[in-house]
Design a protein around this ligand. Sequence first.
Ligand SMILES: Cc1cc2nc3c(=O)[nH]c(=O)nc-3n(C[C@H](O)[C@H](O)[C@H](O)COP(=O)(O)OP(=O)(O)OC[C@H]3O[C@@H](n4cnc5c(N)ncnc54)[C@H](O)[C@@H]3O)c2cc1C
Length: 400
Amino acid sequence: MPIDLELDDTVKVVRDFVHSFAQEKLRPLAREADTKEELPVETIRQLGELAGNRASVTPEERVESSGDGRKKIAAMIAVVGSEELAWGDAAVLLNIPGPGLAAPSIIASGTEGQKKKFLRDIFNVDSDEPRFGALAVTEAQAGSDVSNVQMTAVKDGDEWVLNGTKVFCTNGARAEIVIVNATLDKGSGREGQKFFVVPKGTEGFTVGKLEKKLGIRASETAELIFDDCRIPFDNILGGTEALEPKGSGFKGTMKAFDSSRPSVAAMALGIGRAAYEYVRDWVAAELPMTTSFPRKAAIEQKLAQMKRELGAARGLVWQAAWMADNEIPNSSQASMSKAYAPLAAMRTCIGAIQIMGPEGYSKEHLVEKWFRDIKVYDIFEGTGQIQRVVISRKVLGRLD
Ligand SMILES: Cc1cc2nc3c(=O)[nH]c(=O)nc-3n(C[C@H](O)[C@H](O)[C@H](O)COP(=O)(O)OP(=O)(O)OC[C@H]3O[C@@H](n4cnc5c(N)ncnc54)[C@H](O)[C@@H]3O)c2cc1C
């Protein structure tokens, strides 16, 4: 598979800008946000302003505004930016206003009118209030096994009536719009599922419990309850065409995963790189040449392993993004990046604690927080096991 390893000049500019933003604005908030398990609304508002409502434009618009008509670079910008933001802080990053995971589904499955209405019109308004979007797929009995989704959608006149409960939805409680999948026909598994846009405040849509978590504690994770929740007929993603036998539904989400998984992998990479750089600098400052030879040799080996594995992870992430930008089917590479980067970063975080010993376990340093934050990257957007199932099916030619 060909790959161009040279970053586009525009991507480099974005990377450098985002890195400064992450260093100056996100990293200083990391510890307090983790301890309090939230960020003050005023801080969230400021982050939104500073980030320029980062996710408010669709990838297509970002390509146009890059001023480079020859090359598409939206996916590269997404992964390079995600790595830098998560390097700053993964939980604070999820508090930056924008459509978040609602965007890839709308872009993949929405009509042009829906893209304008649910992305541009909602997120490009001149408002002081932070605006979020969310994607709610997971149910108590259906996460990896999406075919088991029990939430129903029934057409009643010119409305859809939704019933069911979604769990573990990032930013679900505060989202302006939540994208949910529901089944029109429980007997037909995934094929019977369609995606719907539910605006905040719709009657019959309430927020249940907010999760208390091991890591990314400052990120809000909510249970969402839909009880005879009525939304307009036009809120089905893909419009009336979605109801045709090959209309957008489950396959639309799979397409969305092809663009979101490399970005999530890039975030894992950002956490791993944060831990690697921190422990590298700690070693340089705390363990000068006087250190015993066996310990020094063990540390050198560990640092080399971290550097190597993070570099390999970045290669997979960039390849998946580069393929997306070049319109080459990338579901296998997207899954490879998502299967590998969180594990490489997890090993890096564990290694950082190991090198620092008890200091690494102490809240004096962020290493223990990165160790807690990284685990979820092997869970959401499809667990590591599920990525390996996707890869092996592709290897065996069964994915298409
Ligand atoms: C902090 C956080 C935020 C989240 N945000 C969102 C969100 O915004 N939107 C959303 O929809 N969901 C979200 N999720 C849910 C997440 O996507 C699911 O937890 C994940 O997809 C796994 O599904 P599950 O919880 O049902 O686990 P299960 O599918 O029950 O899996 C349990 C275990 O079994 C393994 N397993 C399952 N099937 C197989 C198989 N076929 N082969 C091998 N192993 C298998 C899994 O890998 C896992 O280790 C979030 C979760 C967390 C923790």
